[in-house]
Design a protein around this ligand. Structure first.
Ligand code: GMT
Length: 376
């Protein structure tokens, strides 16, 4: 199949999932065209993969550049000249409405190209709910040839936040287990945990919804119980404030800010525990990636996280905002070598449920279904 993939090219989970899906489809022989405003961070060179940049001009009349329109035109262009069989857009805003408009334009020229919308999280739970977006999101979901959500929780949220009548199919996020290794890197341990301390790690885009303050809060409580160090990977709006606070408190030798990384799993694999105290998380791809490295997870019991992390098995779930519960949960996992080893094994086993090899055929069969409907 010739598939056009639209996504955000940044470090967010939706872009990562879209990119890894495209790479895996390319590996299976499909021809994949990525259409977005920058090269997706995880995109690797492959003979079956092509990247089309959506360039927005800076015409002085526009206070706000019309990205959605330029994206639509690019979609029409790629669909027409590369002979796309279908478009798969990740994150509803503004990709679903752009795909719908492209579809209408192509249709007027006698070219039928269906599109699938994959909902990822904040497009439904935070941004999409905003009344200034709602009518467009509802409409473009209704008009998509298929809609998928990355967890049961997100599917439920979609129906509770939007007056949607159509079906939404759950296809969970995945991880390519082959790409992950489970060994500690001795040099990394020496750098960040030189006295054999337990090593905690958090990866996010440092938005308020991630509650990075709680990571630091639970860490401060935990270090009263055992020698620990914390690695914070990623960057975003909250980082500066939290880093400044750590400098004032003199904890820079214990908390390390590593910034954005293209392959965070190379660091995560050397850590003992992944912490994700998010307010809400439709799935929690970062938690799954940690599990795929054999790292157990302490996370909030909100959104789709309980679908990914099994309480008392691959990690522990805590109430949102309860830093004491997070610290106690971390202590329970880290306090004993044998228990930590068991959690590590369970994390690996838990991640295997989301192996790419299991999930990829579900997307392929959805594509085939949609194409068959359009041809019928
Ligand atoms: O919040 C992020 O980390 C970015 C965001 C995105 O769309 O790029 O992530 C959402 O999609 C991910 C991939 O499906 C999910 O794993 C995240 O849980 C989800 N984030 C939230 O729901 C807050």
């Amino acid at each position: 199949m010739r598939i056009g993939i639209v996504c955000y090219p940044t470090f967010g989970g939706s872009g990562v999932v879209a990119t890894e899906l495209g790479m895996a489809l390319a590996e299976k022989g499909h021809i994949i065209h990525f259409i977005t405003y920058d090269r997706p961070v995880r995109l690797r060179d492959h003979p079956n993969v092509f990247y089309h940049e959506v360039r927005v001009s800076d015409y002085p009349l526009f206070d706000y550049q019309p990205y959605e329109l330029v994206l639509t035109s690019k979609l029409v262009d790629v669909a027409k000249y590369e002979g796309l069989d279908l478009m798969h857009v990740h994150y509803a805003i503004p990709h679903a409405s752009a795909a719908w408009m492209a579809q209408r334009i192509l249709d007027a020229q006698g070219i039928r190209v269906p599109f699938i919308t994959t909902l990822h999280g904040t497009d439904i739970t935070l941004v999409g709910r905003d009344p200034s977006f709602e009518p467009v999101i509802t409409f473009s979901m209704e008009r998509s040839n298929a809609v998928t959500a990355v967890s049961e929780s997100l599917r439920r949220d979609t129906y509770s936040h939007f007056p949607l009548k159509r079906d939404v199919q759950v296809i969970p996020n995945f991880v390519c287990l082959e790409l992950y290794k489970h060994q500690h890197d001795p040099s990394l341990r020496l750098r960040y945990a030189p006295k054999g301390e337990r090593l905690l790690v958090h990866v996010s885009n440092f938005r308020a919804v991630k509650r990075v303050d709680d990571v630091v809060g639970m860490f401060k409580l935990l270090r009263q119980q055992m020698p620990v160090r914390l690695l914070l990977i990623g960057d975003g709006p909250e980082r500066q404030r939290i880093e400044t606070q750590c400098r004032h408190e003199g904890t820079c030798d214990q908390i390390h800010f590593l910034g954005k990384m293209t392959r965070p799993e190379e660091v995560v694999a050397s850590c003992d525990l992944f912490v994700l105290p998010s307010e809400t998380e439709s799935f929690g791809l970062a938690a799954l990636e940690a599990m795929a490295c054999g790292v157990p997870v302490v996370c909030s019991d909100s959104g789709g996280l309980p679908e990914v992390v099994s309480h008392g098995d691959s990690g522990l779930l805590c109430p949102v905002g309860d830093v004491r519960a997070f610290a106690d949960a971390a202590a329970a996992i880290l306090g004993d070598d044998a228990r930590l080893a068991a959690y590590r094994q369970n994390a690996l086993r838990g991640a295997a449920r989301f192996d790419l090899m299991e999930i990829l055929p579900r997307y392929e069969s959805l594509y085939a279904q949609v194409l068959a409907q359009v041809k019928a």
